[in-house]
Design a protein around this ligand. Structure first.
Ligand code: ATP
Ligand code: MG
Length: 755
């Protein structure tokens, strides 16, 4: 196995090798374009730190952008250093790392170990109730303010590391001078006066969270910074910090990195050309900041792309090169040219979608079994575009899954059950109480809830303490009917609590809970699609047992400092709150589905075939954007996910908010084709044996047997299809806006595109 152990160095090129072997004492930035092996180098460097420099795995902290990326890195690392050592590396998102250490050291910074992570939906509810108290004030100013806007402003402030007081001070000083357009909050178009109300809400919002013994996502990071700067014990384990996708860190995340990088040993990898989270306060300037803070920082550049064919790389680089403000850097590949990317236009979004579905069928047939559904991804500017695509895939009988779509943990049935579990763990968490107390219906009305909550506010005691008191009859001024109605609720929470403190497994807790509150019956009574929701409940139980088996493997982390131990329930709740966008586990068989994803969620990933529909003005760039260049980079990120085949499509007419509108090709692309029309082909033409060879070569797969290809093509041709490969039998009526006008005409596919 010694030979196997060194093998992680074998496949690296000289620049990559230099980065992996770079002295651990000298801070390092690896800056390079997509597909140049940044993530691969980061993983190899971790292995090298452990195997060559003899760092204990538990002294290494690796930060990834999503849990999914962390899992991929774990998989790659397991192959080199084995499962046991890999499990000890502190690997995860900034949020997950903070949560882990905040639980462990909660007491030292004035938190309770059983704090609940409050998600955006709950935060919005809290803010909505706070907005009500300013109703008159806002009405007097003739203003309406949405809770989501307020939350976005607070979140931006937190990403900048501004506390409620800092923010209030800033707003007060600002209300005396005119807004300048570069101001970070100017974009929210708040009129002065309202800013001060937001500042006030921010203050009370923070107080409310603390009273609930709760942290929101931004707080996890802010309290993390506080913990790691104030408490040396919390960071002294760390000998080296590595950060992937560094270009997308915000100020608070940077502060975190600096605090954890206590031993001054840091490796970051990033690509300014792929910074796509400015809208969430990411600061590409953190690269320069790091050079100041870590004086001896050195840079290494990687210039060879291993992901894509030469023609995909060339077209992608042409897109990003249109950004004249960008710093030029070189990126080349030794891969063959391969089929040019396709740039094709259609009369409507429905035709575009059926083309993509048909094309997937065609490619699979022509590749004779070397490509399957799982090798395709359709990347969208935003999730709402997925509906048309999903139904087109369905019509062709192609299975698909939506990555980062409606998030599992945001579903009603999941939130209902989590609310009970949260309350059993944290008796102060009011949002969970509001959700659970009358679900299933117990005849407890809004008035009663309001009355209970005002008592909670007055007494300053945990909500569950009060509710249990009432239930036990210790509150004579509450009507007996209310006590009775609270019965099943209190029983459920008490049962869960005692099971949890006896370390019952989370999956058992959920099974028990579902029984106790007859949740299946509740779903049947209240939800038309109760059966799929019930499936989700089963999925939650599966998730819980997965968390349990992770715990069994790695119990050392659950040891609290003050001798208190986190219960399996608490660790389960944490895992469920931190599962983030694009994180859904790939279920069995899912790898054989076409992936539909947003461009943002696809960051860092790769697929053999990438299709990007709706490459249109108003979509790329998105019409509401504040930063056109960031939109261009987003398209660049999308294109550079492709290994062998890339399709950009657009519709000349698309239904937007119920109206059919004419659409123009994205200027990001038209400006490129004006300069070099040969970068794209206007319809797919590949199918030759040599194309097949190139496609497989880039993917490191053996080319198909040509006999098999022939058979599959014969099979494919049995279905009558039009010039675009769409099934002729499906001849839907299509409405389009005539180019240049908004005059709507209609026809069937076969009349618009004769077979
Ligand atoms: P992104 O910017 O999109 O995150 P990246 O720079 O992190 O890209 P990786 O994902 O690490 O790139 O690598 C891209 C692909 O190239 C992966 O499939 C990886 O295994 C492969 N690769 C990287 N370096 C080499 C190499 N030296 N030899 C062979 N394959 C390589
Ligand atoms: Mg990467």
């Amino acid at each position: 196995p010694l030979a196997l152990m060194a093998s992680y160095l074998d496949t690296l090129n000289s620049a990559q090798l230099k980065a992996v072997k770079h002295s651990p004492q000298i801070p390092l930035q690896i800056l390079a374009g997509p597909g140049s092996g940044k993530t691969k180098v980061l993983t190899s460097r971790i292995a090298h730190l452990i195997l060559h420099h003899a760092l204990p795995p538990s002294a290494i902290c690796a930060v990834t952008f999503t849990n999914k990326a962390a899992n991929e890195m774990k998989e790659r690392l397991t192959k080199v250093i084995g499962k046991e050592q890999t499990a000890q590396v502190r690997m995860g998102t900034f949020h997950a790392l903070c949560a882990l250490f905040l639980r462990k050291y909660s007491r030292t910074i004035g938190l309770e170990g059983n704090f609940t992570v409050c998600d955006a939906e709950e935060s919005k509810k809290i803010i909505a109730s706070l907005l009500k108290t300013h109703k008159d004030d806002l009405a007097a100013k003739n203003m309406t303010v949405k809770e989501s806007n307020v939350l976005a402003i607070i979140s931006k402030a937190k990403a900048k590391g501004l506390s409620a007081n800092d923010f209030a001070r800033k707003m007060r000083s600002q209300s005396h001078r005119p807004k300048d357009s570069s101001d970070i909050f100017a974009s929210t178009s708040l009129v002065s006066g309202v800013d001060l109300i937001v500042a006030e809400i921010y203050k009370v919002y923070e107080k409310t969270l603390r009273k609930n013994n709760s942290l929101d996502f931004d707080d996890l990071l802010l309290f993390g910074v506080k913990l790691f700067t104030e408490n040396q014990d919390a960071v002294k384990w760390c000998k080296h910090v590595l950060v992937d996708e560094f270009q997308d860190t915000n100020t608070t995340q940077y502060d975190l990195m600096r605090a954890i990088a206590f031993a001054r040993c840091v490796t970051v990898v990033g690509d300014p050309d792929q910074s796509i989270y400015g809208w969430r306060s990411a600061e590409v300037g953190n690269l320069a900041r790091m050079q100041k803070d870590f004086a001896s920082t050195e840079q290494i550049f990687l210039e060879q792309n291993y992901r894509s064919t030469a023609s995909i790389l060339k077209a992608s680089l042409a897109v990003v090169a249109q950004d004249k403000t960008r710093i030029q850097k070189s990126l080349h590949t030794s891969h063959p040219k391969g089929p040019s990317p396709v740039l094709q236009s259609f009369l409507s979004e429905h035709i575009e979608a059926s083309f993509l579905a048909a094309e997937i069928k065609r490619v699979v047939a022509h590749m004779g079994g070397t490509l399957n559904w799982g090798d395709f991804v359709i990347l969208l500017r935003f999730n709402a575009l997925s509906r048309t695509i999903e139904s087109a895939l369905q019509k062709e009988g192609i299975p698909s899954r939506v990555l980062g779509g409606h998030k599992f943990f945001e579903r009603l049935e999941i939130k209902d059950l989590l609310a009970y579990l949260q309350l059993a763990d944290n008796p102060q968490f009011v949002p969970a109480f509001i959700r659970a107390v009358n679900t299933p219906a117990r005849g407890i009305g809004e008035k009663t809830v309001a009355e209970l909550l005002s008592r909670v506010a007055q007494s300053n005691r945990p909500v569950m303490e009060l509710v249990e008191k009432i239930h036990d009859g210790a509150t004579p001024d509450i009507k007996p009917a209310v006590k009775r109605k609270l019965g099943s609720f209190v029983t459920a929470i008490r049962t869960l609590r005692s099971l949890a403190s006896a370390n019952a497994s989370p999956s058992d807790l959920i099974r028990r809970l579902v029984d106790l509150i007859r949740y299946e019956d509740h779903l049947k009574k209240t939800q038309a699609d109760w059966d799929t929701r019930w499936e989700n409940v089963q999925e939650l139980i599966t998730f819980a047992s997965d968390v349990q088996s992770d715990l069994d493997q790695n119990i050392s982390d659950s040891e609290g400092e003050g001798g208190s131990r986190d219960t399996p329930l608490r660790l389960f709740l944490q895992a469920s709150m931190l599962s983030s966008e694009g994180d859904q586990q790939t279920k069995e068989g899912e790898s054989e589905k076409v992936t539909i994803s947003t461009c943002h969620s696809a960051k860092g990933l790769e697929w053999p075939v990438v299709m990007v529909p709706a490459v249109e003005q108003g979509i790329f760039p998105f019409y509401r954007t504040e930063d056109v260049e960031e939109e261009r980079r987003l398209l660049y990120v999308a294109c550079t996910r492709a290994q062998s085949l890339l399709y950009l499509t657009h519709a000349t007419s698309r239904k937007v908010a119920g109206d059919i509108k004419t659409k123009e090709l994205s200027a990001f692309i038209s400006s490129v084709t004006k300069e070099d029309p040969s970068l794209f082909m206007d319809r797919p033409s590949f199918c030759s044996p040599s194309d097949r060879k190139v496609i497989c070569q880039v993917l490191n797969r053996p080319p198909p047997d040509e006999e098999e290809v022939k058979n599959r093509i014969v099979e494919y041709n049995k279905t009558p299809r039009n010039q675009f490969g769409m099934k002729i039998r499906d001849d839907p009526r299509i409405e389009i806006a005539a180019p240049g006008t908004n005059f709507v005409s209609s026809g069937t596919l076969n009349t618009l595109y004769p077979p």
